[in-house]
Design a protein around this ligand. Structure first.
Ligand SMILES: [Fe+2]
Length: 282
């Protein structure tokens, strides 16, 4: 069996697989890739440059390949793969986890860079296990009792997930909120929810929890959507064209679902507090 040459790209998360060719990915390589993504959360395959079908088939090594919401496929024969082109689409320059407004958000996502500027437009990732581990035990314990409502901002799709989720393979806990889609913690009053989410967003977006990939055309990067955030560094106007595919995830589960508290509703007579009802926008 071919032993993969896997090298970390930062002190915390992310690794690069050296010299892998798309036609060398057999079941033995797939097993090593599955282990490596659990170990490192982000896995770069530099210069892999797969065909459309090879790209879809690599994703299928990790589970059921799932069409991406709202985007058109590149080829109707490979409907799971979509194109992302900075000429026509808004840049994903806000820290986020993809499609957390779905009941079953993606487990793994893969990008294949077709064309990119020589400099700039890197993708950064955050390790949400490390974020959770960095919180005080008292706050960790409190967060375990909470859920959060995520929505797509269009009013089409929304889902309620635990604020802390457990990775189904490794059993590790991770903070599971993101600035783009996480709206409200229903067990708290509105100002409490806004304050806590605002704090968690700021805390988790610190560079010590991050790693960064500098793209070249042909690179493939895959990451665990259940336990990471990502963002495009919006520092270039150059065209960036990618293909994307993702693997269906499970329903996010907390450590102890029986500890989730009842939803909180503010008594009609209660003061909305310092920030005013709906007046504090983060
Ligand atoms: Fe994204």
């Amino acid at each position: 069996m071919t032993e993969l040459d896997i090298r970390p790209i930062s002190g915390l998360l992310g690794a690069e697989v050296q010299d892998l060719a798309a036609d060398r990915i057999d079941e033995g390589v797939a097993m090593q890739l599955r282990k490596a993504i659990n170990d490192h959360l982000v896995l770069a395959l530099p210069g892999l440059d797969p065909s459309l079908r090879e790209f879809r088939d690599i994703a299928a090594l990790f589970g059921t390949v799932d069409p991406v919401p709202y985007l058109e496929p590149v080829d109707p024969d490979v409907p799971e793969v979509v194109n992302l082109d900075s000429l026509y689409q808004v840049k994903a320059d806000l820290w986020h986890t993809d499609a957390t407004f779905l009941e079953q958000p993606p487990a793994i996502a893969l990008l294949h860079m077709l064309d990119c500027p020589a400099h700039g437009g890197d993708t950064m990732f955050i390790d949400c296990h490390a974020v959770y581990d960095s919180l005080s035990p008292a706050l960790q314990d409190f967060l375990l009792s909470l859920t959060c409502i995520h929505d797509d901002a269009r009013g089409d799709k929304a889902a309620e997930h635990p604020v802390v989720r457990t990775h189904p393979d490794t059993g590790r806990a991770a903070l599971f909120v993101n600035k783009q889609f996480s709206r409200r913690i229903p067990q708290l009053s509105r100002p409490e929810s806004q304050m806590l989410l605002s704090y968690l967003f700021r805390w988790q977006e610190q560079i010590q929890f991050s790693t960064r990939w500098r793209w070249s055309p042909g690179d493939v990067v895959m990451w665990d959507e259940r336990t990471t955030l990502h963002v495009m560094v919006n520092d270039t106007e150059g065209r960036r064209e990618l293909r994307r595919v993702s693997v269906l995830g499970d329903t996010p589960a907390a450590f102890a679902p029986d500890r989730i508290a009842e939803n909180f509703s503010l008594p009609k007579t209660a003061s909305s507090g310092f920030y005013g009802a709906g007046g504090y926008d983060f």
